[in-house]
Design a protein around this ligand. Structure first.
Ligand SMILES: C[S@@+](CC[C@H](N)C(=O)[O-])C[C@H]1O[C@@H](n2cnc3c(N)ncnc32)[C@H](O)[C@@H]1O
Ligand SMILES: [Zn+2]
Length: 387
């Protein structure tokens, strides 16, 4: 079938994909909205490069479509020590990836880049071990997790994206229970909660193989979740995250919330005496690695590969919220509606909370929410006083 192709550009890399680029069947898919995920692949690879010293690094792009992610790795990281393997089970994608590599010119090098045309599970069952595996399917990722984790070298990276936000964030709670063994929260921080449910599910897949999956950077952006984990071998390490797999208790009456490891006898709200709802389990640990965030701060001004303005903006907000020890955020619109308070300027409120000894910041999850270690009563009191 002759395809209607179009030439695109992302970063400083040109490539072909279908002109009908968001069609998922019989086409070469390309979603410009997910550029953040590809920008972060470059950054995390550069971070791994730093951790691995002079050693060679193998990168597998398991579901590549046009191959844009790998093309950007080749063209923008410009590091001969990174070997790139690109795979897609669609013959059409396979042919376009070959065409796109030719277009890059100097990277048409058998030693540095290899292209495969196989079903992902079959590919993994016979494959070598990699320093970095990226999975990016259309449908849910569950069936790829165990085999992909098993093929990441110790200390390497497993990266993934998923658009399964409807089940993870509470639109289809039964699908969430089936797929991720957790009750979602269709409330004021449903996206962060969905991401944390996903992280727990992935860590459990890792622990079955005595591997810890430590978040390097995880995020929600425009209808998809992205997650980059370092995979670390060891029974004790793999057990570590379980202390951070907890339930959420939340009160729809006064918006109080807290985490608990056991649901026994904990359902009465200690603020208003109402009955609390529960959700989870979810991962309550860190979503971001401080070393990685520091690395991005240092490397960004000197880099020769361009990130989109949006990626930089999200990274900036993540740096602000990363240091705050709280697994949820508060939506200020909801608080002001619920308690008939005037909506206050977010910066003013954050400043006041900080002056009262709390940590507080914006959050990349929602422009209307703040992350803080203050409780709901402290926030309401600060809202009354920051008008
Ligand atoms: C969301 S697209 C990938 C987008 C690409 N990673 C990017 O950043 O632009 C998903 C791709 O995975 C491929 N795919 C889906 N299931 C697969 C499987 N089981 N094995 C191999 N490839 C698969 C599809 O052909 C499609 O090209
Ligand atoms: Zn309450």
């Amino acid at each position: 079938m002759v395809q209607d192709l179009k030439l695109y550009e992302e970063g400083i890399t040109k490539f072909y994909a279908s002109s009908d680029n968001l069609k998922t069947k019989d086409s070469v898919f390309y979603n410009p909205m997910m550029r953040i995920s590809r920008d972060l692949t470059l950054l995390v690879l550069a971070f791994l490069r730093k951790m691995r010293g002079e050693k060679k690094i193998s990168f597998l792009d398991l579901m590549a479509a046009s191959g844009v992610r790998s093309l950007r790795v080749l063209n923008e990281l410009k590091d001969d020590r990174i070997k790139v393997h690109i795979n897609d089970y669609s013959k059409l994608c396979y042919n376009i990836i070959l065409k796109n590599i030719k277009l890059l010119g100097s990277h048409d090098d058998e030693e540095r880049v290899k292209v495969y045309n196989e079903e992902a599970l079959k590919f993994l069952s016979n494959s070598q071990y990699y320093d970095f595996i990226q999975i990016d399917p259309f449908e849910d990722i569950n069936k790829f997790l165990y085999p992909a984790i098993s093929k990441v070298k110790n200390g390497g990276i497993l990266a993934l994206t998923t658009t399964d936000t409807a089940s993870l964030s509470g639109t289809y709670p039964r699908a969430c229970v089936r797929r991720y063994d957790a009750v979602p929260q269709n409330f004021d921080f449903k996206h962060e909660f969905g991401l944390r449910i996903l992280i727990r599910a992935i860590q459990i897949e890792g622990s079955k193989q005595d591997r810890l999956l430590k978040p390097i950077i995880t995020y929600y952006y425009k209808h998809h979740f992205g997650a980059f984990f370092q995979v670390i071998k060891g029974r004790e390490r793999a057990y570590g995250p379980f202390k951070n797999h907890e339930f959420l208790l939340y009160c729809t009456n006064c918006l109080n919330r807290k985490t608990t490891r056991s649901l026994f006898n904990r359902e009465i709200c200690d603020y208003c005496g109402g009955r609390m709802k529960f959700a989870g389990k979810f991962y309550t640990g860190k979503l971001f690695d401080e070393e990685f965030l520091k690395f991005t701060e240092n490397i960004l001004p000197k880099r020769n590969y361009p990130l989109s303005k949006e990626t930089e903006k999200v990274l900036q907000m993540i740096r602000e919220e990363a240091g705050i020890n709280s697994p949820y955020t508060f939506n200020l619109h909801l608080l002001s509606q619920k308690f008939k308070l005037k909506l206050v300027k977010m910066e003013k409120l954050i400043k006041l909370l900080k002056s009262r000894g709390f940590n507080a910041s914006r959050t990349h999850f929602n422009p209307l929410s703040i992350r803080t270690d203050a409780g709901v009563k402290d926030i309401i009191d600060a809202m009354k006083h920051s008008i």
